[in-house]
Design a protein. Structure first.
Length: 338
């Protein structure tokens, strides 16, 4: 069975993926910023001991044992955060399974950041999986917990349930019709966080946005999931309405998506930023049934293996700037011609 990020799920024409994350800290240990290297190592050893009892084929991997390309590929899959890789002041590890739908970061900002993933909109199922895993860990390890505040975390924004639910959405039609800012403003007004997938200030987002809850205290897990799901459904509805509107001028839309398809297929080199934008157009064309030469499976591969880290994993070697652009065009042709 292929990894979750190469599969399609519910509402995957708009919702690329879902994630549920739980933040936990161990009782008897300081928060990470106050921990010595020795204490950080003890936290890792304590958690490592229980991994075999968790099931799901989970494996313990020290971050320092992973090469830079592997780390980058994990960041690109959204399994680990860029900050987790960049901060070398802490002893760190991950617990991950072969399917990579479970990835637990150890000693990021907190002792444990439990994450579960799925393609499409699967927030309820992910919540159940996250809670099941959390309870297994909590039966063995003693979490930092307050009767008044709930689970304690290094940052006040994560106390309470410690749960963050999020969806990555693809919103090209709202962008083209000029309605994106209005929709995102409404999302923010409902107490949700919405940001470009590739960071603030990045010009080319590939029309990808991350929607997540802000509040983790004063609401329970089911309420968090329900709130994010309701907002996601409203955004899905708005994006599909915008796509219908674009479809009324079908010639202009077909011209746009097929121009992008042609550049992708026949270019001899391709930058990362250009590729994101072209893939956004092509995915829209595939989802609307305009481009019939590609299917969902090939789109998933194109979206993954054109990213720098996974591109280098695909070819099994390190690639520098210009060579990377040539190889990106090469892998596009290979996937399209499968």
């Amino acid at each position: 069975m292929s990894n979750w990020y190469l599969q399609n799920g519910k509402d995957s024409d708009v919702v690329i993926s879902s994630r549920v994350r739980l933040v936990r800290n161990l009782n008897g240990f300081k928060f990470l910023s106050k921990c010595s290297k020795e204490e950080q190592e003890k936290i890792l050893e304590k958690i490592k001991e229980i991994v075999p009892s968790l099931g799901y084929g989970l494996k313990y991997l020290k971050l320092e044992d992973l090469d830079d390309i592997t780390k980058l590929s994990l960041v690109e899959k959204h399994l680990i955060s860029p900050e987790f890789v960049m901060n070398n002041n802490a002893k760190k590890a991950i617990i991950v399974n072969d399917e990579e739908n479970i990835c637990i970061m150890l000693n990021e900002d907190d002792h444990i950041k439990l994450q579960v993933f799925s393609s499409g909109q699967e927030l309820e199922n992910l919540m159940n999986l996250a809670i099941e895993l959390d309870e297994k860990i909590g039966e063995i390890l003693d979490y930092s917990y307050s009767k008044n505040f709930g689970y304690l975390a290094a940052s006040p924004i994560n106390i309470g349930t410690g749960m963050k639910a999020s969806v990555i959405v693809h919103l090209p039609a709202l962008t083209y019709t000029g309605n994106l800012s209005k929709v995102l403003r409404i999302v923010n007004n409902f107490g949700m966080s919405v940001k470009g997938l590739y960071g603030e200030g990045t010009q080319n987002q590939g029309d990808m946005y991350l929607i997540s809850n802000n509040q983790t205290i004063g609401v329970n897990e089911k309420e968090i999931i329900s709130n994010v799901k309701n907002i996601a459904e409203k955004v899905i509805e708005q994006e599909r309405t915008a796509r219908k509107f674009l479809g009324k001028n079908s010639l202009e839309l077909e011209d746009r998506v097929y121009r992008s398809y042609g550049i992708l297929k026949f270019a001899s080199r391709m930058s990362s930023d250009e590729c994101k934008k072209l893939l956004s157009d092509v995915k829209l064309g595939v989802d609307l049934g305009i481009i019939k030469e590609l299917d969902d499976s090939k789109m998933k591969k194109l979206e993954l293996y054109t990213k720098s880290g996974n591109l280098q994993k695909y070819f099994g070697k390190q690639l520098e700037g210009y060579e990377r652009e040539i190889k990106r065009a090469e892998v596009i042709k290979q996937i399209m011609n499968e």
